[in-house]
Design a protein around this ligand. Structure first.
Ligand code: AMP
Ligand code: MG
Length: 438
């Protein structure tokens, strides 16, 4: 048996990053940028009002209170999207809506809440003194020309896409989204709709692994159930290798098996047939198919398949996508009950649910159900994997590390690198700042 980290490191040392390409914003959620993005135009592009109200000369409102208000003549009305046509002169005001450009002459906005109108709305009664700059959002106040929006290596979230669009780009340069082939193997597997004969079971792994692939941000490609026939499996894997960036199979890699997938893979690729010191998911086949396409031969038991994907395939796929944060976070929490185990030289990963204790406010972990590697319902009920190193386990009330399957990425080490890059990036761009404000 080899340690978990040895297998993970070996995989990450082998798997390449995919090339970059330009992707439309609608397709770019979750992808990783390959270049620094800086503002080439000020955002917002012009000084504008942050509230609905009246554009005024602040000096005209001096001393205004509810008891002694100031009256100004309303000379125009400015909805958002309209360019001002007249300036605000002394004793004048322009009715203005949020987002409309600040008209010439005005140096403050009075909120509509601090005003009333008189006559045919051609006089505004102002009950609060304005100071210069009140409620005006300066041009470039969010990002000035040359300001860093975000550096290469950023994972595009919804707000990033909004920022990219506000910078005037309809597409963004990112690492390509991997296409990942998913195939189940085993003669016992029967698709839904067909009756089960003795010895046959349904295929749980394929929909689960396709969803895990999708959840990791990749495109999942269904390669069906590979029946135990050398020619069929060879042809499918060749097609997968030529049309996809990675391949995930389940079944047929355990000790003692002499499944067809083993024979085919041994012939097609330089494979590692690992026994890893973990439970579940001890066996793993990993190698590179022709064309540099990584293949993950996961064990067939559904829980083992899921855990194996989490520990080996997901970090590798995230690396292919250019993510610097490739691992799920690990959080120390309180064991809600004894989590005993036997000494067997392996790291145990027990399926647990997390709950916040109402009195202490602390997170606790409790077993999510049966811990056998075929009990997928407990995997479904779980929030994470309790990491129980070789030994006797932990007692109720003691701390236990839980790998958080409910959270996408670890913030510990790699985000520090990203923060440093962000800092350098900001510095290198600060010289470009024009100081352009409205
Ligand atoms: P294997 O890894 O092929 O030795 O399979 C281990 C166990 O997992 C056996 O009980 C298989 O029937 C089961 N198994 C294999 N593939 C699947 C699958 N796609 N869905 C559900 N169970 C599976
Ligand atoms: Mg099998």
């Amino acid at each position: 048996m080899i340690p978990l980290e040895e297998a993970q490191n070996s995989i990450l040392a082998t798997v390449p990053r995919l090339p970059a390409t330009s992707v439309a914003l609608a397709e770019a959620l979750g992808l990783v940028t390959v270049e620094d993005l800086a503002a080439t135009e000020p955002i917002p592009p012009f000084a504008n009002t942050g509230v609905d109200g009246y554009a005024v000369r602040a000096g005209d409102t001096a001393g205004a209170t509810p008891d002694s208000p100031v009256r100004l003549r309303v000379v125009d009305e400015l909805p958002a999207g309209k360019a001002p046509s007249v300036p605000v002169g002394p004793g004048e005001a322009i009715r203005i809506m949020t987002g409309a450009p600040t008209p010439e002459g005005a140096d403050a906005i009075v909120m509509v809440e601090d005003t009333a109108t008189e006559g045919d709305r051609d006089v505004v009664v102002i009950s609060k003194e304005a100071r210069p700059g009140d409620h005006i959002r300066p041009a470039g106040g969010d990002l000035a020309v040359g300001d860093a929006a975000f550096p290469a290596g950023s994972v595009l979230g919804p707000a990033h896409l909004g920022v990219v669009n506000s910078l005037g780009h309809s597409a963004v340069n990112v690492v390509r989204r991997p296409r990942v082939a998913v195939m189940s193997t085993g003669d016992e597997l029967v698709p839904p709709g067909e009756p089960l004969a003795i010895g046959q079971i349904r295929d749980s792994n394929r929909p689960m692994l396709m969803a895990l692939v999708t959840q990791a941000g990749c495109e999942a490609v269904d390669f069906g159930i590979g029946v135990d026939d050398e020619a069929v499996i060879t042809e499918r894997l060749e097609k997968a290798a030529s049309s996809c960036d990675a391949v995930v199979t389940s079944g047929g890699v355990s000790m003692g098996d002499y499944d067809v997938i083993k024979i085919v893979l041994s012939r097609m690729a330089d494979m590692n047939w690992w026994q890893i010191a973990i439970r579940p998911a001890k066996p793993l086949a990993f190698g590179m198919l022709p064309g540099g396409v990584p293949i993950f031969g996961l064990p067939g038991n559904p829980v083992s398949s899921h855990v194996s994907f989490e520990l080996f395939a997901r970090p590798a796929l995230l690396q292919m996508m250019g993510h610097s944060r490739r691992f799920r976070p690990v959080t120390p929490v309180i064991a809600a009950h004894d989590m005993r185990r036997r000494v067997d030289g392996k790291l145990h990963l027990d399926r647990v649910t997390l709950r916040r204790d109402e009195t202490s406010g602390q997170l606790t972990a409790a077993s999510a159900g049966g811990q056998a590697s075929n009990v997928l319902s407990a995997m479904a009920a779980s929030d994470g994997l309790a990491l129980l190193p070789d030994g006797e386990g932990v007692a109720a009330g003691e701390m236990v590390d839980v790998m958080r399957l409910d959270l996408p990425a670890d913030h510990s080490t790699t985000s520090r690198r990203l923060r440093r890059r962000l800092l350098l990036f900001r510095r290198s761009h600060s010289s470009l700042r024009s100081g352009f404000v409205g």
